[in-house]
Design a protein around this ligand. Structure first.
Ligand SMILES: [Zn+2]
Length: 141
């Protein structure tokens, strides 16, 4: 029997496993190419910067702060386990303007949002040993 109220849990593969292991410790990491030193997310089989097929990624922790690039309000989710409505933000991480990370905003669907608003990563523990990144607005700037 399938419980339709349970959120789907990420299924790590060999490439992404270190990212999810760090997430479980509430640590946001980016995949750093061993060949060129550039970072990417999510890790792919090739490095998007130098195109090596052996990027041998190391997962380096980042502070997880950034700015809202854009957002959308999800009023009807195609996935179970989400309380609607909720907000997905597209975040530009500090120092990594070429990366985008899309995640839930934990401040609720009615919070006033502006492009460029400061956010910081937090993690939602959704199953034993499984946490997913999300963001929360930083206040008092
Ligand atoms: Zn590279």
């Amino acid at each position: 029997m399938t419980d339709t109220h349970v959120r789907p849990v990420p299924v790590p593969d060999a490439l992404s496993a270190p990212f999810w292991q760090a997430a479980a410790r509430h640590e946001l990491t980016l995949a750093q190419c061993a060949k060129c030193g550039e970072v990417t997310l999510p890790p792919d089989v090739t490095c998007p910067h130098c195109h090596t097929t052996e990027p041998d990624f190391a997962f380096v922790p980042v502070p997880g702060t950034g700015r809202v690039r854009t957002w959308t309000v999800i009023r009807r989710s195609f996935l179970a386990g989400f309380e609607n409505p909720f907000v997905l933000v597209d975040v530009e991480l500090d120092g990594h303007s070429d990366l985008r990370i899309v995640a839930r905003l934990l401040d609720g669907a009615d919070v006033p949002l502006t492009i460029g608003a400061r956010v910081a990563v937090e993690f939602e523990d959704i199953a034993p040993g499984v946490a997913v990144p999300a963001f929360r607005l930083e206040h008092g700037e």
